[in-house]
Design a protein around this ligand. Structure first.
Ligand SMILES: NC(=O)c1ccc[n+]([C@@H]2O[C@H](COP(=O)([O-])OP(=O)(O)OC[C@H]3O[C@@H](n4cnc5c(N)ncnc54)[C@H](OP(=O)(O)O)[C@@H]3O)[C@@H](O)[C@H]2O)c1
Length: 323
C-alpha cells in the first residue's frame, strides 16, 4: 500500500526520516472499518511526529496523517474523525487521557487505505468537496471548538487569532467571520496579513503589535512567541483558548495578570465526533469553506511538509490520492 510514513525521527531535521513508499496494509481490530482514502490534509502534527514529539520511537515505522476523507467499502462517502479513545472508555473522547490521534498509535491517513473504529466516520455532504472535507477533522475541528466551546464566543464579540497563516488560525478566521464575530489576527508576514484580510479578518496586525482595544478572547496556537501578547490583549474576564505551542510551550505564565484581571486560560484539543458533525453543518449553513493553500500528490508530501516547517503556507495543504 502506498503511503507516507516516519521511518526515523530527528528533532532538528524532521524530513530526514520521512519516506513515501510501500508498507503492508495494517490489520483492523474487530469493530473497525476500512476507508479508501481520497484526500488528506497535512498538519503541523505530522512534523511533530517526525521530530519525535507525541510519537514514541518504538512505534516506527508509522504512517503519518490525522485528516482524511474517503469512501467506505459500501460506497458511503465519509470524513474520518481522528480521535480514537482507549478500549472501554466511556464519555467524551477528547477527555480520555489515553486517547490517541490517528498516526500516534494506529496507522495514520496518508495512505491508500486507513482503518478506524466504525464510530470514527461521519457522512460527507456532497456540497463539501473532497479537498475541503479533508481539512475538517483536525485544524477546522480544533478551531471550531476553540471558538465556540473553549472561548464560548458569541456574535458581535471580538476575537484575536495569533499566527494568521497557520492551518488552525486560517480555520479560526473563516469560522469566526462566518459566526458574526469581529476577527482580528496577527502574523509575522505582510503577505499572510494581506491574505488573512481576504479570507475574513477585519483587521490584521504585526505579531506583538499594540491593539486598538482589548478583546474578548484570544486563540493561541503559537505559544512562547505570542503568549505575553495574548494575555495583554485580553479584556478583564477574557479567555485565552490554547491548542498549540509551535514556538515553545514554556513561556512565563504571568500569573499576576491572570488573577488580577480574572483571565480564563482554557486548554483544548481537537473535538468530538458530534462537533465534527456540527462543524460540517455550520459550513453548509453559512457557505463558509476551508482555505486551501494547495492540492498536491502523495509524492509531493516531503516538499509540502518542508514548506510548512518553513512557515511558508497559508491555509491547508491537501494531498489527493488516486480515485
Ligand atoms: N491541540 C490540538 O488539538 C491541535 C490541533 C491542531 C493543531 N495543534 C497545534 O497547533 C499548532 C498550529 O498547528 P497548525 O497545523 O495550524 O500549524 P501551521 O499551519 O504550521 O501554523 C503555524 C503558525 O504559527 C505561527 N508561528 C510559528 N512560529 C512562530 C513564531 N516564532 N512567532 C510567531 N508566529 C509563529 C505562524 O504564523 P505566521 O507565520 O502567520 O506568523 C504559522 O503560520 C501546532 O503546534 C499544532 O501541533 C493542536
Amino acid at each position: 500500500m502506498r503511503c507516507a510514513y516516519a521511518r526515523s525521527q530527528d528533532p532538528d531535521d524532521p524530513l530526514a526520516g520521512l519516506v513515501v513508499g510501500d508498507l503492508p496494509e495494517p490489520a483492523a481490530p474487530e469493530g473497525w472499518t476500512s476507508v479508501t482514502v481520497r484526500t488528506v490534509a497535512l498538519n503541523h502534527h505530522d512534523l511533530w511526529s517526525l521530530r519525535g514529539v507525541g510519537l514514541p520511537g518504538d512505534r516506527l515505522p508509522m504512517i503519518l496523517g490525522t485528516d482524511a476523507a474517503g469512501v467506505l467499502d459500501d460506497g458511503t462517502e465519509v470524513i474520518v474523525h481522528s480521535v480514537v479513545p482507549s478500549p472501554g472508555w466511556q464519555g467524551e473522547e477528547t477527555l480520555d487521557p489515553r486517547r490517541t490521534l490517528l498516526s500516534e498509535l494506529h496507522p495514520g491517513t496518508l495512505a491508500e487505505r486507513v482503518r478506524v473504529p466504525a464510530r470514527n466516520v461521519v457522512p460527507k455532504d456532497p456540497a463539501i468537496s473532497w479537498p475541503e472535507a479533508a481539512c475538517l477533522p483536525t485544524a477546522y475541528l480544533t478551531a471550531y471548538r476553540m471558538l465556540f466551546d473553549a472561548a464560548a464566543l458569541r456574535p458581535g464579540q471580538t476575537v484575536l487569532v495569533q499566527g494568521a497563516g497557520g492551518g488552525v488560525a486560517t480555520a479560526a478566521t473563516v469560522l469566526a467571520r462566518a459566526a458574526g464575530l469581529r476577527v482580528w489576527v496577527t502574523s509575522r508576514s505582510d503577505t499572510k496579513r494581506a491574505r488573512a484580510l481576504e479570507i475574513g479578518a477585519h483587521e490584521a496586525f504585526e505579531t506583538g503589535a499594540r491593539l486598538p482595544e482589548q478583546v474578548d478572547a484570544v486563540l493561541e496556537t503559537v505559544g512562547e512567541a505570542t503568549w505575553s501578547h495574548s494575555l495583554k490583549a485580553l479584556r478583564p474576564g477574557g479567555t485565552v483558548a490554547v491548542a498549540g505551542a509551535t514556538s515553545g510551550a514554556m513561556p512565563p505564565a504571568d500569573l499576576s495578570r491572570i488573577f488580577f484581571r480574572s483571565l480564563r486560560v482554557v486548554g483544548t484539543t481537537m473535538g468530538t465526533r458530534d462537533q465534527l458533525v456540527a462543524l460540517q453543518q455550520m459550513l453548509l449553513a453559512t457557505g463558509a469553506r476551508p482555505v486551501i493553500d494547495s492540492v498536491v500528490r502523495l509524492d509531493d508530501v516531503p516538499a509540502a511538509l518542508g514548506r510548512m516547517a518553513d512557515g511558508d503556507v497559508v491555509g491547508k495543504v491537501v494531498v489527493e490520492l488516486d480515485a
